[in-house]
Design a protein around this ligand. Structure first.
Ligand code: SAM
Length: 253
């Protein structure tokens, strides 16, 4: 006789998965990561397959799909646990909403899901890598599953999305100070698309929700790759990039 769910609830409620991959991302800290994928198309990263999943057979034919679902663990906030009610930035950061009605990282099971663009797949020296763009993931994020994105089923164009119906504004205009332009040139060989990445990230206004739409004197720093980028909001709709330094150079410049 087959067992029903009620016979062994404990047994049914715990699962143990190994990561199948790990993310390499320009985003080294939570601050300034876009709040959903595909808002910053210039963000390029990698899914590095690991363990038994590092086998090119697992991804045979995957390049037929332009986009993939990545299922991952919010490893950077996992230790902070979860809350039944959270304050989504889309509601200004002050209104409490049920965690399962949001994409918050503080969920009962810290599992995230993002659709990303698949640029190519490589296998070099037995290491299989999926090259992706548009990601919203912290460097080192563990990947627990990958599935092709299938528009006929996954894209529901007349769906209702409540308080998140439309894409958030990304209308801050970004200018680079003379110092930042010099820094960009100095790092060009290593990061040729850095200026576009910085522009797209800052256009989203990464500041906390309560500061959005407001002027602000504070000088902010954000980490992309091994660089620290300093910037400041000037007026209501402008950001100025002040400088771009290797993290280690900071104390000497
Ligand atoms: N698209 C995913 C989803 O809907 O499940 C993630 C949405 S969540 C609101 C996006 C935020 O998660 C990012 O802005 C970043 O701050 C945070 N984040 C990304 N990767 C993370 C990780 N590995 N651990 C903790 N937080 C992470």
């Amino acid at each position: 006789m087959s067992k029903s769910y009620d016979d062994s609830p404990q047994e049914m409620q715990s699962f143990n998965f190994d990561a199948i991959g790990v993310i390499e991302s320009p985003y080294q800290e939570k601050f300034a990561i876009p709040r959903q994928p595909n808002l910053v198309s210039a963000a390029k990263g990698k899914v590095v397959l690991i363990g038994a999943a590092n086998n090119a057979e697992l991804v045979r034919d995957i390049e037929q799909f332009s986009h993939l679902w990545l299922l991952f663990v919010f490893h950077g906030t996992q230790a902070q646990g979860w809350k039944p009610l959270v304050r989504p930035p889309r509601l200004g950061g002050n209104v409490k909403t049920g965690v399962l009605a949001t994409r918050s990282t503080f969920r009962p099971n810290p599992i995230g899901m993002s659709v990303v663009k698949l640029d190519k797949v490589t296998t070099v020296n037995k290491q299989t890598i999926l090259h992706i763009s548009g990601l919203d993931l912290l460097n080192g994020t563990p990947i627990v599953d990958i599935k092709p994105y299938v528009p006929y089923s996954d894209a529901i164009i007349d769906a209702n999305a409540g308080f998140a119906q439309t894409q958030p504004n990304a209308d801050l205009s970004v200018r680079f100070s003379q110092q930042a332009q010099n820094d960009l040139s100095a790092h060009f060989d290593e990061y040729s698309e850095l200026s576009l990445l910085i522009e797209q990230v800052l256009a989203q206004d990464p500041r906390p929700a309560y500061k959005q739409g407001k002027s602000d004197d504070k000088i902010y720093g954000m980490s992309l790759y091994d660089l620290n980028i300093t910037w400041q909001v000037s007026g209501l709709k402008q950001v100025e990039v002040l400088g771009i330094n290797k993290q280690l150079e900071l104390s000497t410049k």
